[in-house]
Design a protein around this ligand. Structure first.
Ligand code: GAR
Length: 198
């Protein structure tokens, strides 16, 4: 059975959705000792590796420690769920084509932080969620799956946020399952689904 590690920095609602609807999370990696996701991990009795980047000289140094932990737990795939840091060459090399991320917009529109707010303030009528393979860029890499969310004229920012999060929690566990099932493959830098999702 394939083993996954989830990487998160904050609230951890996607982490919890994966734990409840996919299961079998071997390790949570967290770069913020105060993050609420750690409470969720404790409740679900999931092992954690917590670190503070400022205690290290470089990304190289802390990613080498993360890698040691991942090897100790024999982790096969890395699932980023609100991990607000770029993945460096250490992990990208060790886990080539085995790292995915979820982002709350229809990429390549609105990468980076506060994507839901960026889209709402722009006045888009359609936004959505993207799951993609991770490369060295910011919210870039081959797209695995996207689903749109309609922004109604009367929607508040909070209403849009709620729609996006509900969608994320529904689809991410399904995509994680599809990842470990090898239901999609990378071909010429693009994702091809070899079996129907879900
Ligand atoms: C999610 O909306 C996720 O898509 C986003 O952070 C949020 C984390 O929420 N990720 C990014 O913006 C990545 N660029 P959570 O901690 O409750 O899962």
């Amino acid at each position: 059975m394939a083993k996954i590690a989830v990487f998160a920095s904050g609230n951890g609602s996607n982490f919890e959705a994966i734990v409840n609807n996919y299961g079998q999370v071997s390790l949570l990696v967290c770069d913020n000792p105060d993050a609420y996701v750690l409470k969720r991990a404790e409740k679900s009795q999931i092992d954690t590796f917590v670190f503070s980047p400022r205690n290290y000289k470089s990304k190289l140094e802390y990613e080498e420690e993360i890698l040691k932990k991942l090897e100790e737990y024999q982790v096969d795939y890395l699932v980023l769920a609100g991990y607000m840091r770029l993945i460096g060459s250490t992990l990208l090399t060790a886990y080539a084509n085995r790292i995915i991320n979820i982002h709350p917009s229809l990429l390549p529109a609105f990468p980076g932080k506060d994507a839901i707010l960026q889209a709402f303030e722009y006045g888009v009528k359609v936004t959505g969620v993207t799951v993609h393979f991770v490369d060295e860029g910011l919210d870039s890499g081959p797209i695995i799956y996207q689903e749109p969310v309609i922004v109604d004229d009367n929607d508040t920012y909070e209403a849009v946020e709620e729609k996006i999060h509900t969608l994320e929690h529904r689809i991410y566990p399904i995509i994680v399952q599809a990842l470990v099932n090898k239901d999609f493959v990378l071909e010429g830098g693009k994702v091809k689904w070899v079996r129907r999702m879900g």
